[in-house]
Design a protein around this ligand. Structure first.
Ligand code: COA
Ligand code: AMP
Length: 629
């Protein structure tokens, strides 16, 4: 245990020393002599002369230290009935062989590999195998549709795609291979090869460039770790921006590994031989950081859980997993707890299990509402830690640092910034606002190690999206306030990004799908508050003139087609269920749709209408449709 204030001050007083000391937790092929390269703002680089291999640090290093028989990864899959424990030695060996498969498929350092897989251990194996070769993985969440996958394939230009025949969603088997085939058909870039993990629930039909995972591994020899520069990319993770085109967040190697190792000890309070259970998906940043890399870098045990919080088969599964594997810290999204509360309001299922090992519950991905915080705290009787971060940052920005000391909690606030983060709240002119006043949440540059150095192949968009609103600051896209004690309150996104059940989605992408319908002249999608999912999207469409909207059954049929379009083009995970046909959309005189005002009416927090509104009557006419629950 330490002193948060003191550690935070040390990180400010001597940044170089603080992060070089943190980096010493890793095994470097060439130890860095310098922490930060700040020669070219806003492009900062961490540990510029360091060299390492992240996979070696996650696996081999622990085996070499004599911990090869320790559990590295526990796969627990209530949807298939499979439970497997991978020791560090077994995981290292399987990763080395799969790295051999990738190498034999033409993948070398710097090449990209797209991974489109469900929550199976092979997804982690594929990620680590890329890291072993110095190749750059890009994991695409399984809930995204073929078109989204195609866009990512075209941007990352992978040498190989790794996928599986199917995923299991509750009781449904979702075939992945047809989606992959469709995506490759749509993409201009064609990978040389697809490696497919055949699962017994639905075997995939193989094509000329498809290779069977098991057969390929049987014929491959293991590959050794390839050392890379600290600043070389470990992965690209696409995330939703304001437009339909996703942003390829780049993650470096040494800075990220350093930040993760630091956070395991100081935030999550999980060390070697202890267990972290992160119930998320490898397709999201939470999965990258706290299912795969961080627990392994720390020599801890990670649980990879293939199932849902409820319905697979019941709301007791999280508690079963926690007790079965002696979980110390658990991490999920608040929405999962809202689902648990709905199914098991009195926590009867939780009481059936011995949860004495569980010390902390970490929640992130969306705002933690006070009621969910209260319910989880009372149910578990342990610290419930709200923490705030983003795909871009790779690890928490603001969190109660359980491994240092537990700060006093103010419900609604993830508490205070972690070392390395200089969080401020600015008004529209870039001036700091007084405590308690809402504004744009920003981080003063440079950000600490682990945060994105740029966007894949797009320095310009990196600067434009994050660095140009306020000179010298990173724009988080979230709004909120700091109170007089330095506690941050995050109130929500200030852009068109929404958070549906902890999944980050772009309303722009959904609008593109709706606009593709032949009857739609224009449309808007906004995120509205939802009791279970935090937010859900709602669509509003204006029809082209000449469309006979009065025809019998027309609107119902149209709604069905529009919902299906979004499922097909964005993915089921978008959860767009509600589309209204309206006469017109409210706009400014320059033609910008007033989505913010629409959102605020739907959420009952009427924002002032800008004086530039073209026709106030249009907004008034829309009010009843927006207010509808
Ligand atoms: N592959 C294919 N489809 C997927 C998918 C995947 N990996 N993940 C989700 N989907 C589908 C679901 O089957 C569902 O389809 P449906 O509309 O046909 O039923 C749709 O996408 C929406 O999924 P989801 O938002 O997960 O809703 P749900 O009703 O199935 O489950 C919760 C609700 C709360 C149980 C679930 O959202 C959950 O566990 N949330 C935790 C959030 C989380 O882990 N977030 C990660 C960031 S920390
Ligand atoms: P993602 O990039 O998918 O991790 O989503 C990041 C976004 O989720 C942030 O910009 C916030 O809008 C939201 N978010 C994440 N954690 C929290 C939190 N603890 N409180 C409020 N919002 C959060």
């Amino acid at each position: 245990m330490g002193d948060y204030e003191e550690i935070f001050r040390a990180s400010v007083a001597d940044r170089e020393r603080f992060w070089l000391e943190a980096a010493a937790a890793l095994d470097w092929h060439r130890a860095p002599s310098k922490a930060l390269d700040d020669a070219r703002p806003p492009f900062y680089r961490w540990f510029p002369d360091g060299e390492l291999n992240v996979c070696h640090n996650a696996l081999d290093r622990h085996c070499e230290a004599g911990h090869g028989s320790r559990a590295a990864l526990v796969y627990d899959s209530p949807v298939t009935g499979v439970k497997t424990t991978y020791t560090y030695e077994r995981l290292r060996d399987e990763v080395a062989v799969f790295a051999g498969v990738l190498r034999d498929s033409g993948v070398s350092a710097g090449d990209r590999v797209v991974i489109y897989m469900p929550m199976v251990p092979e997804a982690a194996v594929a990620m680590l195998a890329c890291a072993r070769l110095g190749a750059v993985h890009s994991v695409v969440f399984g809930g995204f549709a073929a078109k989204e996958l195609a866009v990512r394939i075209d941007d990352a230009e992978p040498t190989v795609v790794v996928s599986a025949s199917c995923g299991i969603e509750g009781s449904r088997v979702i075939e992945y291979k047809p989606l992959l085939d469709q995506a490759i058909g749509l993409a201009a870039h064609k990978p040389a090869r697809q490696v497919i993990l055949q699962r017994p629930q639905a075997e995939a039909e193989m094509g000329a460039t498809d290779v069977d995972w098991a057969a390929a591994c049987a014929g491959a020899s293991p590959a050794a770790p390839v050392n890379v520069r600290s600043t070389d990319p470990l992965y690209i993770l696409y995330t939703s921006g304001t437009t339909g085109k996703p942003k390829g967040v780049v993650r470096d190697s040494g800075g990220y590994a350093t930040a993760l190792a630091w956070s395991m000890a100081n935030v999550y309070d999980v060390g070697p031989g202890q267990t972290l259970f992160t119930a998320s998906d490898v397709g999201w940043v939470v999965g990258h950081s706290y299912i795969v890399y961080a627990p392994l870098l720390a020599g801890a045990t990670t649980v990879l859980y293939e199932g849902k919080p409820v319905g697979t088969p019941d709301a007791g599964q999280f508690w079963r997993v926690a007790s079965e594997y002696g979980v110390r810290s658990m991490f999920t999204a608040p929405t999962a707890f809202r689902a648990l509360k709905k199914e098991d309001p009195d926590g009867e299922l939780a009481r059936r299990y011995d949860l004495s090992s569980l010390k902390y519950l970490f929640l992130a991905g969306e705002r933690l509402d006070p009621e969910t915080y209260r319910w989880a705290s009372e149910l578990l009787g342990i610290p419930v830690i709200d923490h705030w971060w983003q795909t871009e940052t790779g690890w928490p920005i603001v969190a109660n640092p359980a491994g240092i000391e537990l700060l006093r909690v103010k419900p609604g606030s993830p508490t205070r910034p972690l070392p390395g983060w200089n969080v401020q709240v600015l008004d529209g002119d870039g001036k700091q606002v007084p405590p308690g006043t809402n504004g744009a949440i920003v981080a003063r540059l440079p950000m600490p190690p682990g945060a994105l150095p740029t966007l894949w192949n797009d320095d310009e968009r990196f600067v434009e999206s994050y660095m140009s609103a306020f000179d010298g600051y990173y724009l988080t896209g979230d709004g909120g306030y700091l109170d007089e004690d330095g506690y941050l309150f995050v109130m929500g996104r200030t852009d068109d990004v929404i958070n549906v059940a902890g999944h980050r989605l772009s309303t722009g992408g959904m609008e593109e799908a709706l606009a593709g319908h032949p009857d739609v002249a224009e449309c808007a999608v906004i995120g509205v508050a939802d009791e279970m999912k935090g937010q859900v999207p709602r669509g509003f469409v204006v029809l082209k003139s000449g469309v006979d909207a009065a025809a019998e059954g027309y609107e119902e049929r149209l709604r069905g087609e529009l919902v299906q379009l979004v499922r097909d083009q964005v993915g089921a995970v978008a959860s767009l269920k509600d589309v209204a046909v309206v006469a017109a959309l409210p706009k400014t005189r320059s033609g910008k749709i007033l989505r913010k005002n629409m959102r605020s009416i739907a959420d009952g927090t009427d924002e002032p209408v800008p004086s530039t509104i073209d026709d106030p009557d249009v907004l008034e006419a829309l009010r009843p449709a927006l207010r509808k629950q």
